[in-house]
Structures are given as C-alpha cells and as structure tokens.
Write a protein that binds this ligand. Structure first.
Ligand code: F6P
Length: 356
C-alpha cells in the first residue's frame, strides 16, 4: 500500500508531528508514505512533486519543527485555478491523474474547513480515497474539540499578553493585542483568559466602544493604571464592517481592527493606547506538547482508518477520545465560540468585559 499525505491551507505548529506519526504507523504495517509538496499544487505538476518519506521525517526532532516540511498553499483551488492571463481554469482532473500516477491507495489530507471542501470534491469526482486531519490555529472545524495548531497559537498569544503587561503597567497604558481567527474568536477568548486580559472582543459577540471605555474607566477608578485588551481579527467595526488589509497582488486578508479599536478607545477615554498585531507569529514556532501529542494521535489514527478501509472521514478529538466523523457532518458547519458556552461564562465570571 502507498499512502499519500499533504498539508493544505495555512500552516501551523504540529503538522510535522502528524507527518512523522503517519510515516511511523504506516511503516509498522509495511506501507510506504508519499509526501506531496505544496498541497494539491504538487499533484498538478507532471511528474507530481512528491517523494517517499523515510527516516528523515521519523526522527524525534520532527516533533519540534514548526511549519510543514511538505510545504503548503492557501490559494490555487484546482476547481478555479488562477492562470497567468487572469482567467480561472478547472484543473481538478489533473489532481486525480497525479494521485493515479503516484499509485496511491489513499490520500491523507491535513487541512481546515476550506481545504476539506476542495479535497473532498476532488476525491469524489476523481475517484480516490481520502482521510482528513483537522488543523487550524482558528480551531473552527466542526465536530472536533480541537484542531492541530490551536494550542500553540493560544500559548503564543497568552505569552504576548504576559510580555505586554509589565510594559503596560510601567507606562500606564492601554495595550491592545490583535490576534488571528478568520471567523471565530477561539484564540482571543482562550488567550485572554489565560493571559489575564481585561477586555476580549470576539466576532461572536457584538461590541460597543462605550462598553469597553466604561471597563477601562472602572479599572482606573479602582486604582489600576493599565489595561489589556484582546481583539480577534474578525471583529467588525461598530457599524459591522470587516476590517481588511490588501496585500500586494490584490489579496485581501483580515487585519487592522486592533488599530481601529485602539483609536476609538483613545478618543473615548483619553488613555495612552498602543496596539500590537501578533499575526503569523501565532502560526510559526515550536509546537507546544499538546500539539505534538494531538498530531501524533491524529497521524496514527488516520493510517488506521486507511487500514480499515474507512474513507471520506475526518479524524477528530472528542470527549477524551480519538474518533472519526463523516465529512458530510463537518463541512459548512464551522464551530464558533458559543456565547453561552464555558469560555464566555468563564470570562464573564472573571469580570472580563466582552464589549457588550
Ligand atoms: O486560517 C488561519 C489563518 O491564520 C487565519 O487566522 C488568518 O486570518 C489567515 O489564516 C491568514 O492567512 P495568510 O497566511 O494568507 O495571511
């Protein structure tokens, strides 16, 4: 048996732990794992850009490596592939041809919601077997309590708050920290609780400047000379507009709401405000043990699913167990922060202002 493995979408910490685990488990079954480079882009090349993975990826230092040794991409959808002349072409049949050329009995696709939708359609239309492993720092994939990369991103954002606190207190400032999370506020609320934030703004809860200013004022009245504010990048303006930045080449990404909140807050309170945008620091770096562990669990389970002939499923972590769920139940059902859930209840119980 030859099993392909690819990483797709934004990278995160823990991907190499998955690859290592899959290769070790497959090796114990006498199978070969073929690493496909740059997600589906590797399958679009002729010959496919892929290699058999050997001892180089099974050493324990793979656990420590951030990013993905296979490379990845979060553009280049094979169903609407951007061509040099600006047009889009459906190149999906070439992906299936790549899988056949490599002689793969199954493909393990490591991705988030967006990647899974594309990979699943490719597998169904191209007639190959697919098993999915959820990864995203945003932790918004449905039917799994956690996705690879989330724990490290939260630890990084919480550490940023640890570092901002002393400088905030030294200068009597309000520090605004903008964290990632394209649709969901999981990183913001978890890091905010763990890092002792006073205010956490998430896209799931509408906010007003007045409410945040009131909290900052209350802290001041109580004798506190600083405040820590965490803002998820997907938080819209008070009027409900997303805050975006346009990168070279016209690509738009969320970004800038930290500065928006900071400016409004300075106007409303007269406080000296500084803004930090944490950005891709949350994605890179050494995975913390939780992501190495989950990556290992998911990698082994994915190969076991292939061995059992169970395809069109995603590996998941649920109720202290590794399980697998049909893709049908996962796609288009993002997991957002529940405004009545434990994180929000905890934040409110701690007196953290959520902007409402
Ligand atoms: O989905 C993961 C994520 O890191 C989001 O949190 C963020 O909005 C986006 O990817 C950034 O994408 P890019 O790497 O293209 O800037």
């Amino acid at each position: 048996m030859r099993v392909g493995i690819l990483t797709s979408g934004g990278d995160c910490a823990g991907l190499n732990a998955i690859i290592r685990a899959a290769v070790l488990r497959a090796g114990s079954l006498g199978w070969t794992v073929v690493g496909i480079r740059q997600g589906t882009l590797g399958l679009l090349r002729d010959p496919p850009d892929a290699e058999e993975l050997g001892p180089g990826v099974t050493a324990s230092d793979m656990l420590l490596k951030g990013g993905t040794v296979l490379g990845t991409t979060n553009h280049g959808d094979p169903f609407a592939f951007p061509m040099p002349d600006g047009s889009k072409r459906n190149r999906s049949a070439e992906v299936a041809a790549g899988v056949r050329k490599l002689g793969l009995g199954a493909v393990i696709g490591i991705g988030g919601d967006g990647s899974f939708a594309i990979l699943r359609r490719l597998a169904q239309e191209g007639g190959f077997n697919l098993v999915g492993i959820p990864k995203t720092i945003d932790n918004d994939v449905g039917l799994t309590e956690t996705a690879i990369g989330y724990a490290t991103a939260v630890a990084t954002a919480a550490e940023a708050l640890d570092r901002l606190q002393p400088t905030a207190a030294s200068h009597s400032r309000v520090m605004v920290l903008e964290v990632m999370g394209r649709d969901a506020g999981h990183i913001a609320i978890a890091a905010g609780i763990a890092g002792g934030a006073d205010v956490v703004l998430i896209p799931e809860i509408p906010w007003t400047v007045a409410s945040v200013a009131q909290k900052v004022e209350a802290l001041r009245q109580a004798g506190r000379n600083f405040a820590l504010v965490v803002v998820a990048e997907a938080v819209p303006t008070e009027q409900g507009a997303p805050v975006m930045v346009e990168h070279l080449g016209g690509q738009k990404r969320l970004g800038g709401v930290g500065h928006y909140v900071g400016t409004r807050l300075a106007e409303a309170t007269g406080a000296e405000v500084r803004v930090t945008v944490l950005g891709h620091v949350q994605r890179g770096g050494t995975p913390i043990a939780a992501d190495r562990l989950l990556g290992s669990v998911f990698g082994v389970h994915a190969v076991d699913l292939v061995a059992e002939g169970k395809f069109d499923r995603m590996v998941a972590w649920w109720n202290r167990e590794v399980i697998d769920v049909p893709f049908d139940l996962v796609l288009d059902r993002p997991k957002l922060v529940d405004p009545q859930g434990p994180m929000v209840r905890t934040a409110r119980g701690l007196g953290i202002c959520l902007g409402d």
